[in-house]
Design a protein around this ligand. Sequence first.
Ligand SMILES: Cc1cc2nc3c(=O)[nH]c(=O)nc-3n(C[C@H](O)[C@H](O)[C@H](O)COP(=O)(O)O)c2cc1C
Ligand SMILES: CC(C)CC(=O)C(=O)O
Length: 393
Amino acid sequence: MASRGRDEDKKRLSEILSIQDLRSVSHSKMDQMAREYYDGGAGDGVTLKDNEAAYDRFIIRPRYLRDVSQCDPSTSLLDHPLTMPLGIAAAAMMKLAHPDGESAVARAAADFGSVVCLSTFSTTSLEDVHKAATTTTSMSGKRPCFLQLYIFQNRETTIKMLNRAMKAGYDAIALTIDSPYIGRRYNEVRNHFKLPSHLKLGNFEENSGVKVGGENLMEDIESKSRKQPDRYDPSLEWDKDIQWLRSVCGNMQIWLKGILTAEDAELALHHGVDGIIVSNHGGRQLDHVPSTLEALPEVVDVIRGRIPVHVDGGIRRGSDVFKAICLGADLCWVGRPILWGLAVAGQDGVRRALDILLEEFELTMKLAGCTHVKQLSRRMLAKRDAMGYQSRL
Ligand SMILES: Cc1cc2nc3c(=O)[nH]c(=O)nc-3n(C[C@H](O)[C@H](O)[C@H](O)COP(=O)(O)O)c2cc1C
Ligand SMILES: CC(C)CC(=O)C(=O)O
């Protein structure tokens, strides 16, 4: 019976041709609370929509007669090979989409040759996910693994988690800097978002004081009235806290997730972080901030290749990956497309999402006259505006 189910899933998956198809099919697989938590954003969703729309404002300037019979879409991260410049962004509570949750995502990433960034609020323990993410049947050698970090007011909670991550073998932590408080998300309030009782957070003990859900999404984390309150620390600052983090991270690299301006990119460099991710949290935090594709060039221009610059938000096609790399990103992380794949068919659905993005990326490279990721540059793009298009960036 189980194998018949998997065969049916495979047939259904082969009929899914794009990430938009995957998104539509995923909607019938989740209840309203999970669907709206995954798909929604903060406020009126202006930034959420703009993340995707920004990709349509850039046009590709293809070059022809350049022998594209061989094309290599691969790259590397922390000395590990990647099949293409694509990683799986941190997303909380993946078991809301599928019972196999984070482990299924990590296995699909390992087999494909991608990298996973695990959320602090995973529904699987960081040890189990590291095992799944680094055990691969098809890529040789060790796989890279990131842990996304929220720093709690009770620093012991954070230190315990970092010690577990070091012991498990994580390569890097990505500190999310755009969330001193959680954005205003109407869906979560209306749906009384709560982690269902059969699911548990994988990285905290029952008595840690960390929980998700209540009258609104963050009520438990942000409540000061709990007996053992433990919430995000909104007092984080460049000078004291990046240094503190360095002192408790051992050999793990420190990346910052959520940079949107040249000023903060400069500060990140000054404070010696190992890499940055241009991100607006998929439009889930402050509404009306810039789309990440449009924030990317000013960050790249300040960093000038001294540390890696990654980007996430609104990436739904291989051509979107192409455009972000042309604008100077070293790697793109995708969030919701992976959740949609997971909801549709667990590990196989995640693999389908990754395969679609790879096929589209490789074809875009070839049709634009590129055979290697290093050839992608700003000269290959133009920006559309109300008057037509501007041919040089
Ligand atoms: C359902 C969901 C949960 C998320 N949870 C986290 C999280 O726990 N920590 C974090 O730093 N970012 C989180 N993010 C943001 C993602 O890491 C990423 O920035 C965003 O999803 C990228 O945009 P995209 O979904 O359009 O690809 C979450 C995003 C979604 C959609
Ligand atoms: C609010 C957290 C539990 C997870 C998160 O960062 C998100 O939902 O965007």
